[in-house]
Design a protein around this ligand. Structure first.
Ligand code: BES
Ligand code: MG
Ligand code: ZN
Length: 464
């Protein structure tokens, strides 16, 4: 979708001109009074469409209700713009324009919301889905348009990567993409180097697959960075469960188990254009979790990079094993802050559904900061507890810990497991996107499939 800035969108001949009304407010927009009926109250999400019968440059006018003006915030704009855009897609519109009358700084939300709503993964369809090709907008600075486009493209890239079949988005493919990022220094470690670095927990997970593991370290730098950050994405290009194999229904979407990695790749790509004053390390321990004669087995004892030993209780709790080594690696870089993002536990999905990602960490202030940043960029997070009880359940008779505990409280248990591999002096947050990364049915601005979870939050956190 091309975004075009014009002086006044009302003069543009396009398929649909989108106007708005606030509930209970007399509007100064003459178009609302001329085209929308009395019965259109401006309630949040209310839509009214009329053919202009050539009385106007646009073929249709679509009025969207934004609710009470004093209650408008980023998510109201984003979700309702998305709703209007989805309606335009249904109407088979190609070109649309926004004539949104609000003092509220709507530009970024509108552009990102529209772009998210207009997305569809149709690379493999011979007959492409109908989508909007041009969006006209006015009263938004070129700077905001530029930034919004970069963020929207980044979300789109993350969605594309996570939607790709596992046969395409292999560990080697992710490495290749990372190495192709202009302005980013990338090193990729293969099996022998991973072994040399002592990342045996990660390596164990990868053992059962014919696809070789690739440890990907991307770096974005500036002169005199104001801080140094590492972002780690879970990169399970396919999670079959391993020898503790998943039932078919649970395995079906497990190509999405690299959504964290997709997020990190997309964020790194955007950073080059957004040019924040920070040093950012993007880290992905990419591999597949497969059952085979060479697979790691329940009962195996693994030694992670920091020397701690892990008894494998369940081969399907593989993400935390790969992240354990990645976290050690990141902490050794001497960064100030580490954020890992992972489709880590079904338990998180059970707890929070698709509405919010789980978040936890070793510093409450850092975690609340991220929660706030998420809220304003359109992504919800809910902090989960990090209590010793969850850790106690993972005590092992033969190793320092097991990789799973009880069936209950699984998201917190996974968080407590990861904590074992984080250096105390580093601020660390863990984001569990198991419920939010991939939708089984359309929701708000999203269609089915990958959502690009975390991209907007991480970009906003890094660039603020
Ligand atoms: N990749 C899954 C978690 C997941 C589940 C992501 C549903 C997205 C949607 C993870 O590797 C996994 O299998 N976790 C197990 C852990 C269990 C064995 C302790 C789970 O959640 O069942
Ligand atoms: Mg698993
Ligand atoms: Zn997994």
């Amino acid at each position: 979708m091309e975004i075009r800035v014009v002086d006044n969108t009302r003069d543009i001949s396009c398929d649909v001109l989108i106007i708005n009304k606030f509930e209970g407010k007399q509007t100064s927009n003459p178009l609302v009074n001329r085209f929308a009926p009395e019965t259109f109250t401006g309630k949040k999400g209310e839509i009214f469409v009329i053919h202009t019968q050539k009385e106007y440059p646009s073929t249709y006018i679509l009025a969207i209700g934004l609710g009470k003006e004093q209650e408008v915030d980023n998510s109201v704009i984003r979700e309702n713009i998305a709703k209007a855009v989805k309606k335009c897609i249904e109407m088979k519109a190609k070109t649309i324009a926004f004539d949104i009358e609000t003092d509220y700084a709507f530009g970024e939300c509108a552009i990102i919301g529209a772009s998210i709503a207009n997305y569809h993964f149709d690379k493999y369809k011979t007959k492409k889905e109908h989508r909007i090709s041009e969006l006209y907008i006015s009263r938004v600075s070129s700077e905001i348009i530029e930034t919004s486009k970069i963020i929207a493209d980044s979300v789109k890239l993350a969605r594309n990567l996570a939607n790709e079949p596992a046969a395409f988005a292999t560990p080697s493919k992710l490495a290749e993409i990372a190495q192709g990022l202009e302005g980013i220094k990338t090193v990729v470690y293969d099996e022998s180097k991973i072994k040399e670095l002592g990342m045996n927990a990660y390596l164990a997970v990868a053992k059962g697959s014919v696809e070789p593991p690739k440890f990907i370290h991307m770096k974005y730098t500036v002169d005199n960075p104001k801080k140094r950050i590492a972002i780690i994405g879970k990169g399970l290009c396919f999670d079959s469960g391993g020898l503790d194999i998943k039932p078919p229904a649970s395995m079906l979407n497990m190509r999405d188990d690299m959504s964290g990695a997709a997020c990190v790749l997309a964020v790194m790509k955007a950073l080059v254009k957004l040019k924040p004053d920070v040093e950012v390390h993007g880290i992905i321990a990419a591999c597949e979790n497969m059952p085979s004669g060479s697979s790691y087995k329940p009962g195996d004892i693994l030694t992670a990079k920091n020397g701690k030993t892990i008894e494998v209780d369940n081969t399907d709790a593989e993400g935390r094993l790969t992240l354990a080594d990645a976290l050690c690696y990141a902490c050794e870089l001497g960064v100030d802050e580490v954020v890992d993002i992972a489709t880590l536990t079904g338990a998180c999905m059970v707890a929070l559904g698709t509405a919010a990602s789980g978040i936890m960490g070793n510093n409450d202030e850092f975690v609340s900061d991220l929660v706030k940043i998420g809220a304003s960029s359109g992504e919800k997070y809910w902090q989960l507890p990090m209590w010793q009880e969850y850790r106690d359940n993972m005590n092992s008779d033969v190793a320092d810990m097991k990789n799973t505990g009880t069936r209950y409280g699984g998201a917190s248990a996974a968080g407590m497991f990861l904590k074992e591999f984080v250096t105390d002096s580093v601020k660390w947050a863990h984001i569990d996107i198991a419920g939010t990364a991939f939708l089984e049915k359309p929701n708000k601005e999203f269609c089915k499939g990958a959502t690009g979870a975390g991209v907007r939050t991480l970009l906003s956190y890094i660039t603020r």
